[in-house]
Ligand binder design. Structure first.
Ligand code: HEC
Length: 141
């Protein structure tokens, strides 16, 4: 009997912990539209090159390395500008990266966090955004 009671308590505690974990995991998830990257962008060298140029012109002063013209100011952003050489960007959903480039700081939770990430959707074509996404994912290692 005592053993059964112990098992029941362990089960109860585990399910409470599991529920808590599921709730807190969901809180960190943001919803974004699903999109399909057009075929061939990641394998086309000229498209990756044009994504690289866009990155150098528009993004590197915040997200780049100092050799790419990153400004000193960028180090003080809170939240910090993401480092796209980080390996986790390789496996990230391209639709998420597309969406963040499109909407930048204009959506929650980034707006409330005080993000300075501009929204590029009005400045770039679909094709340009996909080229940048492909370049960012090729940059990660
Ligand atoms: C004024 C500085 C600034 C510029 C310019 C800028 N960003 Fe950002 N960006 C940020 C900051 C700060 C963050 C982190 C906060 C956030 O997620 O909103 C960020 C976040 C992002 C994210 C989300 C990364 C993640 O892990 O969730 C992507 C993608 C991104 N930027 C892409 C770009 C691209 C592409 C460009 C150029 C077209 C660009 N950014 C230009 C400051 C900048």
């Amino acid at each position: 009997m005592r053993k059964a009671g112990k098992t029941r308590i362990i089960c109860l505690v585990s399910s409470i912990l599991l529920t808590f974990c599921i709730i807190s995991c969901n809180e960190n998830k943001v919803a974004y539209p699903s999109r399909q990257m057009p075929a061939g962008v990641t394998s086309d060298i000229s498209k990756l090159k044009s994504g690289h140029e866009l990155f150098l012109n528009k993004c590197a002063h915040c997200h780049g390395k100092s050799s790419e013209g990153r400004s000193d100011r960028a180090a003080f952003f809170k939240p910090a500008a993401s480092d796209f050489t980080d390996s986790h960007y390789k496996d990230m959903d391209p639709a998420y990266l597309y969406w963040r480039i499109e909407v930048g700081k204009t959506v929650e939770p980034y707006r409330s966090q005080g993000s300075v990430m501009p929204a590029w959707g009005v400045h770039f074509s679909d094709e340009q955004i996909w080229k940048i996404v492909a370049y960012l994912q090729s940059r990660a290692h």
